[in-house]
Ligand binder design. Structure first.
Ligand code: SF4
Length: 67
């Protein structure tokens, strides 16, 4: 699965980076970025926790589809 942070919604609380620093980082101005698009399987639970915990609902997942 792929993860993205919506720049327009993120308010820089940093919850995501605290819960899953392997996938999320904060920029110098304090907003979140995904370190990588693809979420390693080992971090999927932590990413899900970050999605639930984000006060702005700024983190989105995109499930991969097999055609
Ligand atoms: S928890 Fe949400 S609002 Fe806070 S930095 Fe992460 S993505 Fe942005």
């Amino acid at each position: 699965m792929k993860v993205t942070v919506d720049d327009d919604s993120c308010r820089g609380h940093g919850v995501c980076a605290a819960l899953c620093p392997e996938v999320f980082t904060l920029t110098d101005d304090g907003y979140a970025r995904a370190r990588r698009d693809e979420v390693p399987e080992a971090h999927q639970i932590a990413v899900t926790e970050a999605i639930v915990a984000c006060p702005e609902r700024a983190i989105h997942l995109e499930e991969e589809t097999c055609l």
